[in-house]
Design a protein. Structure first.
Length: 247
């Protein structure tokens, strides 16, 4: 079972993520303002993370999350080994648009909720391994079937809410109503902003996403903690909206 020490650790992680989230949103807003003012970009390219961290006097982790929010909002593109650029679809004159700032705010909220979910999903998946009943697995399999149908029909708009439904089902299968409630609360924060995630999807990403979610359910069915933890970690490392993020 999950002990008091592990739950305390998860709570501390949530508080840490919330603090980083607030800082990263401020940094993202400052980055957007400086890009709009023409003082940050060099031929559409941003300075390296190290330089940005020194400029804004924050950690590289905060800068990375700020760039994640800008990427999810479609404002920048990040490429391994090459750096971060203003997205091809963005005209520099658009950077002062109010709608773009609203998109950035929504993106930052999604990033923060995703970070908090990662801190909890390992715990609720472990509980599901211990406590999931046949009925719980039947619910998960039903959702997986609808997810597969949505992918086969090319309907990403229908697929994405189903992924959240699956995570909620896993949390409930763990049998801890407090943890399940927190997970479902975080999921509900993401639901109104799924359009931000959807804009980054492609058929190959959807297929990979389905495989990871199926691996989670298979690991719960097999009562394999090792496989479940590997699937959860892969889920967040390969999060669809951040597929091109450099390390």
């Amino acid at each position: 079972m999950i002990g008091r020490t592990n739950l305390t650790s998860r709570t501390m992680q949530l508080r840490s993520h919330a603090l980083i989230g607030r800082k990263s949103l401020k940094v993202a807003e400052r980055l957007l303002a400086q890009m709009a003012g023409g003082t940050l970009l060099s031929e559409r390219k941003l300075p390296p993370e190290r330089i940005l961290a020194e400029t804004f006097k924050v950690s590289r982790g905060v800068v990375r999350e700020a760039l994640n929010a800008l990427q999810m909002a479609g404002i920048v593109e990040r490429h391994v080994g090459d750096g971060t650029y203003l997205a091809e679809s963005i005209d520099p004159l658009q950077l002062k648009a109010v709608s773009l700032r609203q998109t950035l705010d929504a993106s930052a909220n999604v990033i923060e909720a995703i970070e908090a979910r990662e801190a909890l999903d390992l715990a609720v998946t472990n509980l599901a391994i211990e406590n999931a009943k046949a009925d719980d697995l039947e619910v998960m399999d039903g959702i997986l079937g609808r997810m597969r149908g949505a992918i086969d029909g090319g309907d990403v708009h229908r697929y994405l809410p189903l992924t959240l439904d699956l995570h909620a089902a896993i949390a409930r299968a763990g049998g801890n109503s407090v943890l399940a409630g927190v997970v479902c609360y975080l999921i509900d924060l993401i639901r109104p902003n799924l359009w931000i995630i959807e804009q980054n999807y492609s058929p190959s990403i959807a297929d990979e996403s389905f495989g990871i979610h199926k691996a989670m359910v298979d690991a719960i069915r097999e009562r394999s903690r090792r496989k479940a933890q590997a699937a959860v970690r892969k889920h967040y490392r390969k999060y669809p909206s951040l597929q091109k993020t450099s390390s």
